[in-house]
Design a protein around this ligand. Structure first.
Ligand SMILES: [Zn+2]
Length: 309
């Protein structure tokens, strides 16, 4: 078995790691800023530099997996584009990297790969049907169906964050309106908090807080912050109910920065889920649990993609 190189391309950071054969922990890691505003060519240069900086003697004797945000075509190896990657439009990232690195490259959606990683090494171990939502700046999703990663007919599944909750709702990161992401992402939590504060005090000119800052305010007893996080949790719980109706999983794993608000977000999510399923059978045998791999899910999933493809 060859060593695997894993790359997690994010809107803020590029992470690269070297995994020795049969290991789930990397022996080398690198993190560089994406500087996405400089466009695809500069970002691809930085990915190549980060991989070369791992100090691998012979990159051609490795296999590389890449986790990319937003819709991707894993068969053709194309990144269609993502809100946090300005200027990316159908970039054939797999083939560009294979040429530059001189090794075979596989590409997948970051949330799909994080679902794969949680299933194999994290909070999804031991089940055959698992749904995963990563709730951070946006909301991504992944699904393990009957013991394998489900990516749909064209590799575009599963964007759980873009389920329509209310077409008259707020604008989503994708540009459309009223998707789950526009109610429950970290961005949505910050925006809602700023709006409620401004409604309470018209002279308040505050920046939108981060979800973590809203969480800290909620823990300190701020009633508006508690309300905002509860509303986001309810939206997540209702969304999970729709997904459980569709997929009947054994476990639903919630990851991403917003999930780190812990019971503040899990309690209303579980209550809304329980109240929203059409029959008790749907909640009898499904658990909603926090992710276990933190920020490493995409990276570990990219390694698994390279190793298992
Ligand atoms: Zn959307």
């Amino acid at each position: 078995m060859l060593p695997a190189v894993a790359v997690d391309l994010g809107g803020t950071n590029i992470r690269a790691a070297l995994f020795p054969p049969d290991q789930s922990k990397p022996s080398q890691t690198r993190r560089v800023l994406t500087l996405a505003e400089e466009g695809p060519q500069a970002v691809i240069d930085r990915i190549v530099d980060a991989v070369r900086d791992l100090g691998i003697h012979d990159v051609s004797a490795t296999r590389t997996g890449v986790a990319a945000p937003g819709p991707t075509d894993p068969v053709q190896g194309i990144v269609y584009g993502a809100p946090n990657l300005p200027g990316w439009d159908r970039v054939p990232l797999r083939d560009l990297l294979a040429e530059r690195l001189g090794c075979p490259v596989w590409l997948g959606n970051d949330a799909n790969l994080a679902a794969l990683a949680e299933w194999r090494f994290g909070a999804g171990q031991g089940v055959r049907n698992l749904l995963y939502l990563t709730i951070s700046t946006g909301i991504g999703g992944g699904a393990i169906i009957d013991g394998r990663l489900f990516t749909g007919a064209h590799g575009l599944a599963v964007e759980f964050g873009h389920m329509i909750v209310d077409p008259d709702g707020p604008q989503c990161g994708c540009g459309l309106y009223g998707h789950l992401e526009s109610f429950a992402s970290g961005t949505a939590i910050g925006r809602r908090m700023a709006a409620l504060r401004a409604a309470q005090d018209a002279t308040a000119l505050e920046m939108e807080p981060t979800a973590a800052a809203v969480g800290a305010a909620a823990r300190a007893g701020d009633p508006l912050a508690l309300q905002v996080i509860q509303e986001a949790g309810i939206a997540i719980g209702r969304g999970v109910a729709s997904l459980v109706h569709a997929f009947d999983p054994e476990r639903v794993v919630l990851g991403g920065g917003v999930s780190q608000l812990g019971e503040l977000i899990f309690r209303p999510a579980r209550q809304a889920f329980d109240a929203s399923v059409m029959h008790p059978a749907y909640r009898a045998n499904v658990e909603i649990v926090p992710a276990a791999l933190g920020d490493d899910g995409g990276l570990i999933g990219a390694m698994l993609l390279a190793r298992d493809s």
